[in-house]
Design a protein around this ligand. Structure first.
Ligand code: PLP
Length: 501
């Protein structure tokens, strides 16, 4: 009798354990369903050209995601059918060669496979002694090599350059005021910190000043030249004026590839000023820094090797799937001084799983973090920097091709020099309403997805060519689409005698 009860208990426990696990009960069936989805995703990327660049999520899709929290399991095949029907057709569009709206990378199938591995291994890359940290360190050394940094530099994957810029501002603040500022906060500081960036800098720099507690009112926006590059003389003057007022200049942020036009600040001159004035020189290289992988573009970034830190995005020109932002810091100890926090549960061992002196959680605000290094490593390892650099240079060539064609065209007018891969243009004789509608109509047509920006107070069409899939034929097709758009509306630019009928 007692024996029977024990056996019953064991059986009940086993049953409970089986149902408590979230693994599939039938691995064979799971494998088949998962392989089917992988095949569909590969086909989706392979045939991306045949679909609209973008379409608005359907009402049906929106309704599908307005349901209450489910408490019962559902067949995985059905769930994946929802993914196929209600998600895959309504993606951002950045895989498509005619997505040019924003600076978005297109990803690669290699990166997708890496995400399967990263998701499967489910590593926490905040710390401890495992391969995730080893791979991340490989990327730190590779980026040090590519950007001309010394060994001893430290680096960290973050969501994107917005976070990387914020972390850099925080390090610069801590270095300027000393580690005690981490405890006392800014109120005990007797002089007001001031930072400098160009008028064309990304808005996340101002936000980083806000988040760091310094305040964006203490960020000077230095004037730029006609090509959108910071004027070193204006930077020098601004620093001088602030010093005369008794303020404490501590940081200058240069941009390697501005978001509006792709302009590159004169990095070498800024580095020299920063060195003389003892400021932290941070480079926002979200768009441009990876162009150092191209032999033909590298020289445009001269001076980046003299910076104190660089933020960059592998998910833009590096074509690594989202998200993969990165920060490289010349003085690794400075990064650690800003972020390392003693905690009993994070004590290090001299061996075992808790080994390792510096963990990623000592270098930034994240503790738990995924394995972003893997998709980056696999992309670079499988493609090599020559191919990645080549695709970056190719997008710049396409931008020049587009710019030249627009300049030859009577209806269009270039609105900014093309420094890298971003082309801003206007339509002669059109008001901002017409320009706005053109952008929106093209996006909704699914034929192309440009965006807009404002330059000198004027709304202009903006094409950022980031996609490694985009070809010259795509650009020519885009020009035809623009022509047809104007012809359909019988739009004639001033002075053009051609008939549009
Ligand atoms: C995209 C971009 C950012 C922000 O980077 P995220 O990865 O989107 O956070 C910052 N600066 C510049 C110049 C950018 O183009």
């Amino acid at each position: 009798m007692a024996r029977a009860i024990t056996q019953e208990r064991v059986a009940a426990t086993v049953a409970a354990e089986t149902s408590a696990s979230l693994d599939p009960s039938d691995w064979g069936q799971f494998r088949e369903i998962a392989h089917g989805l992988l095949d569909d995703m590969i086909a989706h990327i392979e045939t991306i050209r045949q679909r609209p660049v973008w379409q608005r999520p359907s009402d049906e899709a929106r309704e599908r995601f307005a349901r209450p929290l489910p408490n019962r399991p559902r067949d995985l095949g059905d769930v994946l059918d929802d993914v196929r029907t209600h998600i895959m057709p309504f993606a951002t569009g950045n895989l498509h060669p005619l997505f040019m709206g924003w600076v978005h990378g297109a990803g690669t199938p290699i990166g997708m496979v890496a995400e399967i591995v990263a998701g499967g291994l489910n590593m926490n890359c905040g710390g401890r002694d495992h391969a995730g940290l080893v791979v991340e360190q490989q990327i730190v050394r590779w980026m040090s090599e590519a950007l001309g940094y010394p060994c001893g530099a430290s680096g960290l994957f973050l969501t994107g350059s917005s976070m990387a810029n914020f972390v850099a501002v925080t390090i610069a603040k801590t270095e300027a005021l000393g580690q005690s500022v981490r405890e006392t906060g800014l109120r005990n500081c007797d002089r007001q910190l001031v930072a400098y960036t160009s008028a064309e800098a990304h808005s996340c720099i101002a936000q980083a000043m806000q988040l760091s507690g310094i305040g964006s009112a203490n960020l000077r926006t230095v004037a730029v030249d006609d090509a959108g590059r910071m004027l070193p003389g204006a930077l020098r003057d601004a620093i001088g004026q602030d010093r005369a007022k008794g303020l404490l200049p501590f940081l200058v942020v240069g941009t390697a590839g501005t978001v509006n036009t792709g302009a590159i600040d004169p990095l070498a001159e800024i580095a020299e000023i920063a060195s003389r004035e003892k400021l932290w020189f941070h480079v926002d290289g979200a768009i441009g820094a990876l162009a150092v992988l191209s032999d033909s573009l590298r020289d445009l970034f001269a001076g980046i090797e003299s910076s104190a830190s660089v933020a960059l995005d592998f998910h833009k020109w590096g074509q690594v799937p989202y998200d993969a932002g990165f920060l490289l810091v010349r003085d690794g100890d400075a990064q650690k001084r800003t972020f390392a926090q003693p905690a009993a549960y994070l004590q290090r061992g001299d061996r075992g799983l808790a080994a390792g002196e510096t963990w990623p959680c000592d270098l930034g605000p994240d503790l738990s973090r995924g394995f972003r290094a893997l998709k980056t490593w696999m992309t670079i390892e499988a493609l090599g920097t020559d191919r990645i650099g080549g695709s970056i240079a190719h997008t710049c060539m396409l931008a020049r091709h587009l710019a030249e064609a627009l300049e030859r065209h009577p209806a269009f007018q270039l609105k900014a020099p093309v420094a890298l891969n971003i082309v801003c243009f206007g339509i002669r004789g059109a008001d901002s309403e017409f320009t706005r509608n053109l952008v929106l109509d093209l996006q909704e047509s699914g034929l192309a997805a440009p965006s807009w920006t404002t330059l000198d107070g004027e709304l202009v069409v903006r094409c950022a060519i980031v996609n490694h899939r985009t070809t010259e034929a795509d650009i020519d097709g885009f020009l035809d689409t623009l022509d047809r758009y104007l012809a359909d509306r019988r739009f004639l630019p001033p002075g053009d005698r051609r008939s549009s009928s």
